[in-house]
Each structure stands twice: as C-alpha cells, then as structure tokens.
Design a protein around this ligand. Structure first.
Ligand code: 5GP
Ligand code: MN
Length: 346
C-alpha cells in the first residue's frame, strides 16, 4: 500500500485550514494542462462534497480538448470573468494553488493571490517552489500533481468519500503528465493509485481517447506538416527542433492545445535525446522542450528562455523574433553536448 509520504504536520495544518474555511478558491498555472486542470477539479469535487463553497479560477481559458474533465465547465477563467475572479480572491478564506511553483506562472492572477487575505496552500511537483504559501506540499519526485494530490487526499482521510468524478480528474492528470505512462512512470506507487482509481469506476480508456487521441482535421494536418516540413534534426548534438510561425499556425486554424504532444514525437528517433519546439506567439516565442535520460532541458530553458520545469520536460518564453529564438536554440546545442550519450544508442 501507499506510504504516508507527506509530513503529518502539513496534513494536520491543511486539514485545519479546510475545516475552518467556508469559501475556497482553487487555482493553477496559465494555459492549464491535464495535470493542472485535473488536480484543480479533483480538489473542487472533493471540497464541494465536504460542503465548501469552492471555485476554480484559471488565469486563462483552458484548451477545449480538456473540457471533458468533470467540472471543467464550472471553471472561471480570469480573462473572461475578471471582476468575479477578483471578488472570489478577496472573499476567500483559503486559496489552494496547484501544479505551479512560482507566482509568475499564474500570470495576471498573481496580484490577486498575493493580495488575498486568505490562507494559502501550495501543492505541487516542480522543483524549487517559491515561499508564498503558509503550507507548501512540494514533492518533485512525484510524476504529477494529481498523483501527489491523491496521496494528500488519502492522508487527509477523504479516500472513502472520493467519487468517480474526482477519480477521473486525478487519473487524467496522472496520464497527461506521463504521456500516458510513457515517461516518469516507473514508480510502482503510480499503479497502486491507478488501481484505486479504477475501483472508483474511472473509464481509463475513455480518458485516453479524449485526452490523447481526439484530433480535428486541421490539427492532424498541422502536426503532420510540422514533422514533415518544419523539423530539423541535429545528429551531431543528438537533438531536434520544430519551428512554427504565426502565419503557419493561422493557416492551420491553430487552437490552444492543438500541438500538445508534438514536442515528444522526435524522441522516437533513436539518435534524438532532446527536442525544442519553438512556437511564434504575438508577444513572445513559446519554447517547449522534452528530453530522455540525462539531458536537463530545464537548465536549457532557464539559461536561454526565461523558463524552467523538470529535467525531461521544460519550457520558457523568448522575448524577441522567431529567427533570434531559433538562433539561440541552435547556439545552445553545444552546451548540452556534455549531457548527451554519444556512445550508446538510447
Ligand atoms: P509544456 O512544454 O507542456 O508547456 O511544459 C512542460 C513543463 O515545462 C511544464 O510542466 C512546466 O514545468 C515547464 N514550463 C513550461 N513553460 C514554462 C515557462 O514559461 N516557465 C517555466 N518556469 N516553466 C515552464
Ligand atoms: Mn504537472
């Protein structure tokens, strides 16, 4: 069975905060992914079942491919309901932050969290969490915030009242943050948790279909185009890069989330150990990186793209032209040579 990973002090402190709170706001990072949405909505269902007045406020509108997650339609995106979001943070007794380690990751919600009189709790799995919450439950060794949250909920004694909706949210985040258990997924505890969630009645195959294998025609064509026309392989550095311009994104009617998973695809080549995906935006170039093995792409993103993340999955933002961003990525390749495994194939 699962060990009690989280310190009893933190669990007791969190339990007290929940017991004493009437109004709770749950929030997560900008352009929420499956783990951010899953953990926030799991918390939402659980706390609602406990009789709390709970709202999930996201910095922006979640991608449509995640709207199947139970409760997603109840989310309040700040960009759509600014005044209401402000009011919720002002009146909250407790703010629970999930799946981010630094306040800049919640963008324009930052001042709302900072100025809220509420108690704050952070539950997250990114390294080096900022110290802004009264209780910080940070476990970077956990492959997803959803997995960590499951453990938190069990230690709080809520496992028995966890319903299928909550379990669906949690399994979604566990699956999306591991690419459906392709990476960061050798911890046996993961599968103990999956088994518990399946016992709650979760339809795992349906989550896979909706989160990973549902695509519009233009999305299919965009991803195929990106690989066939816009991918460069650098065999001497064991790296690959994909670049998409704003014009190209427009041509394929790009919607947020349409290229989810694209950055992982070049890792299928035995001679590629890390990948950069550079997507031109209006204000900056979004850089998304993935690696296998010992290549720390979070270091690459921290040093060159104002970003960070995990060793094998990181991202950042480049404030400059797309051409300059490409140049910065290509010029950073030699720095990473010391990490790549040149002798052995993967
Ligand atoms: P993705 O490539 O899926 O957008 O992000 C992968 C991971 O990289 C995220 O889980 C997050 O940890 C990190 N990440 C992505 N974008 C940024 C960013 O702009 N700044 C920082 N610090 N981390 C990021
Ligand atoms: Mn996550």
């Amino acid at each position: 069975m699962l060990n009690r990973l989280i310190s009893e002090d933190k669990i007791n402190g969190l339990k007290k905060l929940i017991d004493n709170a009437e109004k709770i706001v749950v929030t997560c990072h900008l352009t929420p992914d499956g783990d951010a949405m899953g953990s926030s909505l799991a918390m939402y269902h659980m706390l609602s079942a406990l009789g709390k007045k709970v709202h999930v406020v996201t910095p922006d509108v979640p991608a449509s491919y995640l709207m199947f997650i139970p409760g997603a339609k109840e989310i309040i995106p700040f960009t759509r309901f600014e005044d209401f979001a402000r009011q919720l943070f002002r009146e909250a007794d407790l703010v629970i932050c999930l799946d981010f380690n630094a306040l800049h990751r919640i963008d324009r919600l930052r001042p709302l969290v900072e100025q809220s009189p509420a108690e704050k709790v952070l539950i997250d799995h990114h390294i080096n969490p900022e110290d802004f919450a009264g209780i910080t439950i940070s476990h970077p060794e956990q492959s997803s915030t959803c997995l960590l949250l499951f453990r938190v909920l069990c230690q709080l004694g809520y496992a028995r009242i966890m319903d299928r909706k909550t379990a669906t949210c949690i399994l979604t985040g566990m699956m999306t943050d591991t690419g459906n258990f392709q990476y960061n997924s050798i911890d046996p505890d993961i599968y103990i948790v999956v088994a518990e969630l399946l016992k709650k009645g979760v339809d795992k195959d349906r989550i896979y279909k909706l989160a990973f294998n549902t695509k519009s025609e233009s999305q299919m064509r965009l991803n195929a185009y990106a690989i066939s026309q816009k991918m460069t392989v650098f065999p001497e550095h064991r790296a690959a890069m994909i670049v998409l311009t704003l014009d190209e994104l427009k041509e394929f009617n790009y919607q947020q989330g349409d290229t989810e998973g694209l950055v992982n695809m070049p890792l299928a080549m035995p001679d590629v150990e890390y990948v950069g995906y550079l997507r031109e935006g209006k204000d900056y170039v979004k850089v998304s990186t993935r690696s296998e093995g010992e290549v720390p792409v979070n270091e690459l993103c921290a040093n060159h793209f104002n970003g960070g993340g995990h060793k094998n999955a990181a991202g950042g933002e480049f404030y400059g032209t797309l051409d300059d961003c490409v140049k910065a990525f290509v010029e950073a390749l030699p720095e990473m040579d010391k990490y790549v495994n040149k002798n052995n194939r993967k």
